[in-house]
Design a protein around this ligand. Structure first.
Ligand code: PEP
Length: 249
């Protein structure tokens, strides 16, 4: 088992051209020693991917989209295909984020079809799963996440997929699960990924933790067994915080 940790920044609907200066500052701080320990990617709004390409990739920082359409092209006004993200310079795409599931009614089935499209285009999908507060309080966290993994992951996915466990109640709230809860969920997630993919493939799948990761809690969260990195929202918007999280390795 040799999974390189991945720290991914999700900028959501934030970032203008001026924000490229933050990516440049991340690149400056991403020195050789850190590159050996952790892979970094930023998922800016699609408007910035092409513009960020030089500054990010020359410094070894990857880029990702935040969603893609299942089709390669066609009459889908406002949508972006996986092929377009790839063409713009992305190597990853976040899929099934809880904000997409809530705002756009994305189901596990839609997420799975999009993940298949991402793989078709040569992108690595970061597939998000996670329970709501209500589901956790009802004791359903494991069953919800198990169901999401079963239904959102393409069954024949190679080791290029990434799964992000993001409890919905921890996103943008400053709340995080206990380290014991994170350990339990990530071990369970790997079991369910193995049940889905088979053949020992789950050992190649990186499982990120996401939800209020900050410089102050990154080290303890990143060293929980089966946590192979972080999906970071708010704290990825500045080079200072994002690189402090990356330094947790
Ligand atoms: C996210 O939206 O993926 C996320 C983890 O957000 P935050 O870090 O701000 O909680």
């Amino acid at each position: 088992m040799d999974r390189c940790p991945l720290v991914a920044g999700n900028w959501k609907m934030n970032g203008l051209i001026a924000s490229l200066a933050e990516i440049a500052a991340m690149g400056t701080a991403y020195d050789l020693a850190l590159k050996k320990k952790v892979e970094l990617i930023i998922c800016p709004p699609a408007t910035l991917i092409g513009l960020a390409l030089d500054v990010a990739m020359l410094n070894g920082i990857g880029l990702g989209g935040q969603d893609c359409h299942a089709a390669e092209s066609g009459a889908h006004t406002g949508d972006i295909s996986a092929e377009m993200l790839k063409d713009a310079g992305a190597t990853y795409v976040i899929l099934g984020h809880s904000e997409r599931r809530a705002d756009h009614g994305e189901t596990d089935n839609i997420v799975r079809v999009k993940a298949t499209a991402a793989l078709r285009a040569g992108l690595k999908p970061i597939i998000c799963v996670g329970e709501t507060r209500h589901e956790r309080e009802a004791g359903e966290a494991l069953s919800v996440v198990g169901r999401q993994i079963e239904a959102s992951l393409p069954g024949d996915a190679p080791g290029t997929i990434v799964v992000a466990y993001e409890p919905v109640w921890a996103i943008g709230t400053g709340l995080t699960p206990t380290l014991e809860d994170v350990a339990q969920m990530h071990a369970f997630a790997r079991e369910r990924i193995e049940a889905r993919l088979g053949g020992g493939k789950s050992e190649d799948v990186r499982i990120l933790y996401g939800g209020s990761v900050k410089p102050a809690n990154a080290r303890e969260l990143m060293h929980v067994p089966n946590v192979d990195g972080a999906l970071v929202g708010g704290a990825s918007l500045t080079a200072r915080d994002f690189m402090a999280i990356a330094e947790a390795y």
